[in-house]
Ligand binder design. Structure first.
Ligand code: SF4
Length: 179
């Protein structure tokens, strides 16, 4: 097992004094730097450039940054959620470590879509059916992987078929879920 122990620190989000959420700083006892290119292959939608020693991705509303001896996770509710996320990360990292001989490492990957390229393909009626007040707000949530593009009901109509196909292509190329 590569990662056995970690030290968890929860910190307030200082730039947002009214926020009730926390960021977690997770210090690792083991250096996992050599595993980053393998994690880059396995983590959908991450960004990684070999040499920067940092891999970033978004999951369930958290921005996660993995470095050789430290992981940071944003926007956590409390310590219980932080501990749960730590255990999930530990399981995922150890799983990739065990399977690394069968994984082709990735040295460069940028899986992020520009919100405007999502917005461009939306109906742009601000109808609110997706639960967001505007199509631009919806595009931002799609880009941050908090919502699937298929939550836009009007986009699934026949009249938007070509927009939908273009958007699905852009999102799939960047490893977004479109279902
Ligand atoms: S459902 Fe689609 S068209 Fe309506 S506001 Fe949301 S993104 Fe815009």
């Amino acid at each position: 097992m590569l990662v056995e122990k970690f030290h968890l620190n929860l910190v307030n989000i200082e730039c947002m004094p009214t926020s009730t959420k926390f960021n977690a700083i997770i210090d690792l006892e083991t250096d996992i730097g050599d595993l980053l290119p393998y994690l880059a292959t396995e983590i959908r939608g991450c960004t990684y450039f070999h040499g920067t020693n940092e891999l970033n991705y978004m999951e369930r509303g958290h921005i996660i940054a993995i470095r050789p001896k430290q992981i940071t996770v944003t926007a956590l509710q409390d310590e219980a959620e932080a501990r749960q996320v730590c255990e999930e990360l530990k399981r995922m990292i150890n799983g990739v470590h065990e399977r690394r001989d069968s994984i082709t490492p990735t040295w460069r990957k940028q899986a992020r879509v520009d919100p405007l390229s999502v917005y461009r393909e939306l109906p742009q009626t601000n109808c609110g059916e997706c639960g967001e007040p505007t199509c631009m707000a919806f595009a931002a949530r799609v880009v941050s992987r908090e919502m699937s593009a298929s939550y836009c009901g009007p986009l699934l109509l026949q009249e938007y078929e070509s927009n939908r196909e273009r958007l699905w292509g852009v999102l799939e190329q960047a490893e977004y879920d479109v279902e």
